[in-house]
Design a protein around this ligand. Structure first.
Ligand code: FAD
Length: 324
């Protein structure tokens, strides 16, 4: 099976979720893995070395001035055209705000089926097989693809896990690109939300989240201190975001971001279903709450009944002793 992996880029790097997906697909038996990158002219060749850590058969570079900044129309057209001309039997990407936006458009352009937000992806008999959560993760659906190809799937970052590097050198192919008519084009990104160097919440391996109980934006400093010590990204519940303690880009949950880190620590978060929807697939969940029957404890692997304002600084000091 010929699989085309859309590799998203940000800040001069291929995103971790895309590399994770590629690392899995190159190890599938009987599968030809190909990567595609989109960007401004002369911006993509320096990224090929990152792709070559997992050595797909080839890497296709779609460079055009109109692709310097993301646009759903331009990206959808270029990826759909490439999938068609390369004869891809499957087209996959890591879930992100960008792929949530434009991958359904690719599926419409190619008139094929799509499974979004998958937590498992594999191949059997030359076909993709996927598992995806339904009803905020209360149950899972096994998805079979029927009809026209390429079959399309997006997979949550951290769901498959990054496989060991398999260095090699992919054939580099420069695509001839036509992004079509773009009705609204970003000319310049003036400022980015979120701290520089901070791992994106959706790709973070460790997350330290705070809820309404933090009581103020300033109090989130204790979570930031803990996050800095353990190399985590700070997240928040909707109550904390609505109260103005954190920006919406930090919100985890049904109307925020879906995360699957190795470690999710929830401080002063009650565990409402809408919050769980965004983090229940985390590998290890730790909760601290003053109320013993808070719903979050039903999902937590480890829990402490206590005051976060005492526990967080104590944890930070203990982690400082063991982390370098
Ligand atoms: C359509 C819809 C979409 C939604 N989307 C989201 C979403 O994306 N994300 C989301 O998070 N929510 C979402 N919500 C809101 C959700 O229902 C909850 O209201 C919200 O998650 C509650 O946030 P919280 O746990 O921080 O606050 P609370 O529910 O107020 O919980 C605070 C918790 O802190 C504990 N606590 C208090 N003091 C301390 C202390 N000193 N130390 C330790 N623990 C303490 C309390 O016991 C309590 O359990 C959505 C709701 C709706 C209707």
């Amino acid at each position: 099976m010929k699989v085309l992996v859309y590799c998203e880029t940000a800040n001069g790097k291929v995103k971790k979720g895309s590399l994770e997906l590629l690392s899995n697909i190159v190890s599938w038996p009987g599968t030809e893995a190909h990567a595609i990158l989109l960007g401004a002219p002369a911006s993509l060749e320096p990224l090929v070395a990152q792709i070559n850590k997992f050595a797909p058969q080839s890497v296709h570079l779609a460079e055009h001035a109109a692709l310097a900044h993301y646009s759903p129309e331009g990206f959808a057209k270029v990826v759909a055209d490439a999938a068609k001309s390369l004869g891809a039997e499957a087209l996959v990407a890591s879930v992100s705000a960008q792929t949530k936006d434009f991958f359904p458009r690719v599926a419409v352009k190619l008139d094929t089926g799509m499974a979004s937000d998958c937590t498992e992806l594999s191949t059997s008999g030359g076909k993709l097989e996927a598992k995806r959560p339904l009803y905020s993760g209360k149950c899972f659906a096994s998805v079979e693809f029927l009809g026209a190809k390429p079959h399309i799937a997006t997979v949550r970052p951290n769901a498959l896990g990054l496989k060991a590097e398999k260095p090699g050198s992919a054939t580099v192919n420069k695509l001839s690109v036509d992004p079509g008519t773009i009705r609204a084009q970003v000319k310049e990104v003036i400022a980015k939300a979120g701290g520089a160097g901070k791992a994106d919440l959706t790709e973070a391996d460790r997350i330290v989240s705070g809820g309404r109980a933090l009581k103020s934006a300033e109090n989130f400093k204790i979570l930031e201190d803990l996050a800095n010590v353990i190399g985590a990204t700070v997240g928040a519940s909707r109550a904390a975001v609505d109260a103005g303690y954190r920006p919406h880009s930090d919100q985890v949950g049904q109307t925020g971001k879906t995360v699957s880190p190795t470690l999710y620590m929830a401080f002063g978060i009650s565990g409402a279903i809408q919050h769980l929807a965004g983090m229940r697939s985390s590998k290890v969940i730790v909760a601290v709450n003053t109320v013993p029957d808070a719903a979050i404890f039903q999902k937590a692997d480890y829990g402490t009944v206590g005051d976060l304002f005492q526990i967080v600084p104590a944890l930070t000091e203990e982690f400082k002793k063991v982390m370098h």
